[in-house]
Design a protein around this ligand. Structure first.
Ligand code: N01
Length: 485
């Protein structure tokens, strides 16, 4: 049995930021458990054609690790290169245990330690446990009638089948979210015919991408210039929150109208225009940034199937639509998203008195600053409930959480305490505030269903405010909201 001061679960940006922050407070006795055979999180796993970030890379990067990006919205391979660069520079490779698939974590009250069981790497003990396994890591394939009878090849965008040769094939893609919107334009020119099954259209805005010239990349190498660009992008994106929460008119004029114009500019057929126009307010579901999706949908070798022409069943040859049309295909790609709402942590977490996180979240997921729960001492959840952000970089929010985690651990160590735990009252007050504020946001009133909502109907993925407000709350660590033993 191996014991550490801290164990981090997940080696993506959340895990890397946690490692950096632990070292900042003098803790180097930590281990990162990674279930995959390689280091890196969602960007290493999501290797589907067209995968790229939809937040400007100078902002969608670790604040302490600038990088001379080749384009404003980096593609997946460059994000993987960036991850490798960070791992090497911060000498993290030796800190990662690969193929360590966590099966369960349990609080040992007598020893005041977390006991972490992995599938093949044995058991680990840790004083502090930081879960950075990511909210979008459990792919979902809906249980369509007859799904298993299909004789062709199927896969989820999260596990792209790179061995399958798409050239000339008849392919169906199910879903119209951010993943589908990137895959469709990337594979449409290659396949024989592409059938897109869109249950609900998403709002799409043009993607203001640009490839950086060599001299611009050289400028990005200057830390001050990088920081200035990062700051400018940050404030430009932060303004979007005004629309999401404070101004329906602003949201309409500055986002929905441009999205409507984008449809008209890129699709000439009124039937197609109607088919891709959502009936909910923009921002309610994640806004897609794409200048290539609509032209791809208009290609002669692409057929768009909408809700009226949706999936009745899957059979041996392909998909039978609700209109009774048989669509024969060679492959089905599921771009059907993730179990993000009620399953932020995919393995059992057993806290004090045998209570599990699943039990604590029976009504809906909740946590103080999206990070800590009463009954689960010394446990920190990165990208936990209500830490999602629709308008800016998720890495900014991860690093805000680190401000809290770092201060919480540092104060526990300073006091010579064995445990830190948020009080029931502090968590209840915080969660009450979150859901009162949420009522003012488009995620609550926008008239859509999305992975932002839990089965209870509460919006549990998003933080209902400015990202700087969240960061300020994380920085203002309040000892009175915690119990130390
Ligand atoms: O998943 P989604 P995603 N029958 O949940 C459809 C991040 N991300 O993987 O809308 C038919 O958005 C479902 O239909 P509907 C980003 O945060 C970022 O695309 O529920 N269809 C929907 O169209 C994003 O929000 C990037 O009616 C069914 C689709 O499947 C998040 O990941 C890139 C169905 C799922 O869309 C998730 O995106 C990719 C059913 N039974 C992802 N069930 C970038 O940074 C589901 N669907 C660029």
């Amino acid at each position: 049995m191996q014991q550490y001061t801290a164990i981090i679960i997940g080696s993506g940006f959340g895990g890397q930021a946690a490692a950096h922050n632990l070292r900042q407070i003098g803790i180097d006795d930590f281990l990162i458990l990674e279930r995959r055979p390689w280091i890196g999180g969602t960007w290493s796993q999501n290797s589907y054609p067209g995968a790229a970030v939809d937040v400007q890379s100078p902002l969608y990067s670790l604040s302490f690790e600038p990088y001379p990006w080749s384009q404003m919205f980096a593609e997946q391979h460059e994000l993987v290169e960036y991850t490798k660069y960070c791992i090497k520079k911060h000498k993290l490779a030796d800190k990662v245990r690969l193929n360590a698939d966590v099966q369960q974590v349990q609080w040992d009250e007598a020893r005041k330690l977390w006991v972490i069981d992995t599938a093949t790497q044995g058991q680990f003990l840790a004083k502090y446990l930081i879960n950075a396994s990511g909210p979008l890591s459990t792919p979902v394939i809906p249980n369509f009638k007859g799904r298993d009878t299909f004789q062709g090849t199927t896969w989820h965008t999260n596990n792209w089948n790179h061995d399958y040769k798409l050239a000339g094939k008849r392919v169906a893609i199910i879903g119209s979210g951010a993943s589908a919107a990137q895959v469709i334009p990337a594979i449409a020119p290659e396949v024989g015919h592409l059938h897109v099954f869109q249950r609900t259209p998403h709002w799409v805005l043009p993607r203001p991408d640009r490839v950086f010239k060599p001299w611009q990349r050289a400028l990005l190498g200057n830390k001050l210039i990088y920081k200035a660009l990062r700051t400018a992008i940050y404030w430009e994106l932060e303004l979007r929150m005004l629309g999401f929460k404070y101004s329906k008119l602003g949201l309409h004029l500055l986002a929905q109208r441009p999205a409507e114009r984008h449809i008209k500019a890129q699709l000439k057929d009124p039937k197609m225009q109607a088919a891709v126009t959502p009936d909910f307010t923009i921002g309610c579901k994640r806004i897609i940034l794409s200048s290539t999706l609509y032209p791809a949908l208009a290609r002669p070798n692409v057929s768009l199937h909408t809700k009226d022409d949706g999936i009745a069943e899957i059979n041996e040859r392909g998909i039978l639509t609700t209109k009774g049309e048989q669509v024969d295909v060679d492959a089905i790609v599921y771009a059907t998203g993730y179990d993000a709402t009620d399953g932020v942590i995919s393995y059992p977490v057993i806290g004090q008195g045998g209570t599990t996180v699943a039990q604590y979240w029976a009504e809906y997921p909740r946590a103080y600053l999206g990070t800590m729960m009463p009954g689960f001492p010394n446990l920190f959840v990165v990208t936990g409930p209500n830490t999602g952000i629709g308008h800016t970089s998720a890495i900014f929010v991860i690093e805000a959480q680190m401000e809290y985690i770092r201060r919480a651990i540092a104060s526990t160590e300073k006091k010579g305490a064995k445990t830190i735990e948020v009080t029931t009252q502090a968590e209840a007050d915080y969660t009450g505030m979150i859901h009162r504020e949420m009522k003012k946001t488009v995620w609550h009133w926008g008239g859509c269903n999305s992975w932002y909502k839990s089965k209870s109907g509460h919006v549990i993925a998003m933080f209902p405010g400015f990202s700087f407000t969240f960061r300020q709350m994380c920085k203002g660590f309040k000892p009175a909201h915690h119990r130390f033993t």
